[in-house]
Every structure is written in C-alpha cells, then in structure tokens.
Design a protein around this ligand. Structure first.
Ligand SMILES: [Zn+2]
Length: 296
C-alpha cells in the first residue's frame, strides 16, 4: 500500500503540477527519510522538472541531466499538495517528513504512524536509478508468455508470487485479492500448478482489474489532489478485499479471510475454491514463509 493504481494516480497529478516547474526549495523534517548520500537534495534546487516516472511502487521526479528524486511511500507515506507557491513548509502538518517547494505550490511527503518507512533518494544517472528497481515485470504491459514464465518459475502460493516486487511490479495485498477473485483462483494455489487456461485467466484479470482501477481513480480525482485518506487499501467498490463477511458481488456468499501476522487477505470460497473455506489459523502456520509479509 499504495499500489500501482494509487501510484499512477499520484504520477498523473504530479505530472500536471510539476513538469516545467522549478524546484525552489527542499526541506527534510526527519533526517532518516533520506536514503542517499550524493547528490544532495539541495543540488536539485533551481532545476525544472522534466518528467515523472513510476518504478514499481516508487514515484520518480526527473530533473535535467539524469538527476532523479526517488520517493518510496511504503505503507503510510502520502503526498499532500498545497497550491500557490507558499513558503510555509509547516503547512504539511506534524506528520510531514519532507517539503519540496515549487514556483506553483508545495509538495509534502507525509507519513502517519510511528513506523517511519517512507524514503527519499536523490540519484544521478540511469544506472543508479535502476538500482531502485526491484526488477518485477511491468504488469500493465507484459505479454501472456512473460507472465506465465514469471508465475511458473517457482513454486509459491500464487498470492505470494503476485505480490513479490521482484517478480511483478506494483501489486500488493489489496489488488492481488481483487485480481485473484476476478480470475476465480484461490490465493493458496501453488503458482507452478496453474494450468495454461488458468494462467490466461489470471493474466487477463490482472490487466482488467489494474486498468479499471487506474481509470476509476483518475476519473474520481480528475484534477484534484487526493487527501491522505483517499489513498486507501479499502475501497467500497472492491469485490473482496476488506470485505470479510460481506456478500461476494458475483455469487452472494460471504467473503472469507486468511489472517497472517498483521495482514488480512480476502477471497470468495464459492468463486475461488469450489466452495471450500480455507482453514484460517492452521493455514497461516502452514504458509509461514509463503505468504506476503512486506508490502514493498
Ligand atoms: Zn463469490
């Protein structure tokens, strides 16, 4: 969390706000947020933004001569935009980790909660930038063949495989639940036991679910910057994720859950597991390392 559709939403809005605009200041309120040594953040001041990119779940603000500001929101990191070129960097509030001011407004990186995991890195050069890429394949543009190969390469639960940033780029706990439900595949199926027909269904479900949500969020926030609470893993229109006990929109049976550590994953037993409910606690013990633990 945030996952691909959320990050795409931010990127689209930031592209509108920032491209062609000059960075006039940058201030870090928590020194640990910075994960790079050189170049310094202040080296970017005075430069105009030339583009925005997404690397997995990271937002990359691109400056001239291959200089990049790489921001990883992790779980609780969010952006806040204050229009109007204000110099008052306190506007971001107590949870501000960093403020970047531009001619036309101020961009804050905020992070609620006590675990501070969001990060900023300043990077020089494309090859240094590529070190921030966990290497998962581009899920919006991968072919069926690429997808199947990545899925089958190891025997893991399909849930773990889909959410591994080294395998697939940008999918986390929420959207993997939605994708598996749309594909009618159980989250605990072994990735290398999937039939060609199931792989095809999963590939198509992944594209449909993610594209649909990218479009939906862009329509919902057309031109207006989302508040912290708008970037959430719990959307009312989700089919199963965060819907434990609620009726499955396809078959009407109650949505089930699997709890692991502080994660909860949701599925429909009827649609995804031939009507069989997966035993929760026993399953969690059994899965141990075979369940997503981090939400990179
Ligand atoms: Zn169902």
């Amino acid at each position: 969390m945030p996952e691909l559709p959320d990050v795409e939403l931010y990127i689209g809005l930031l592209r509108e706000k920032l491209v062609g605009r000059t960075l006039t200041g940058i201030k870090l309120f928590n020194p640990f947020v910075l994960r790079s040594v050189s170049p310094k953040p202040l080296d970017l001041v005075g430069l105009a933004v030339v583009g925005l990119r997404r690397i997995g779940k990271r937002v990359v603000i691109e400056f001239p001569e291959e200089r990049f500001l790489v921001i990883h929101l992790m779980i609780a990191g969010r952006f806040r935009w204050v229009e109007g070129g204000s110099e008052d960097v306190r506007l971001g509030g107590k949870i501000s980790m960093a403020a970047m001011t531009f001619e036309n407004g101020a961009l804050f990186l905020t992070e609620a909660g006590t675990k501070k995991r969001a990060s900023i890195a300043v990077v020089q050069g494309e090859s240094a930038l590529s070190e921030h890429d966990p290497g998962g394949i581009d899920v919006l543009n991968c072919s069926l063949e690429q997808f199947g190969k990545a899925l089958l390469a190891e025997s893991q639960t399909v849930k773990k495989r889909l959410t591994d940033p080294h395998v697939f780029s940008g999918i986390g706990n929420a959207y993997s639940d939605e994708i598996l439900h749309a594909a009618r595949i159980s989250p605990v199926r072994r990735s290398n036991s999937l039939t060609p027909e199931e792989i095809k269904r999963l590939h198509s479900a992944m594209g449909c679910v993610l594209r649909d949500w990218v479009d939906r969020l862009q329509r919902q926030f057309a031109g207006k910057f989302p508040g912290a609470g708008d970037i959430t893993a719990f959307r009312p229109e989700f089919a199963v994720h965060g819907k434990f006990g609620r009726p499955c929109p396809v078959c009407g049976r109650p949505v089930q859950r699997i709890c692991y550590a502080d994660n909860e994953s949701n599925y429909c037993a009827q649609c995804q597991n031939d009507g069989r409910i997966l035993a929760d606690r026993a399953l969690s013990r059994l899965l141990k390392d075979d369940w997503p633990r981090s939400f990179d």
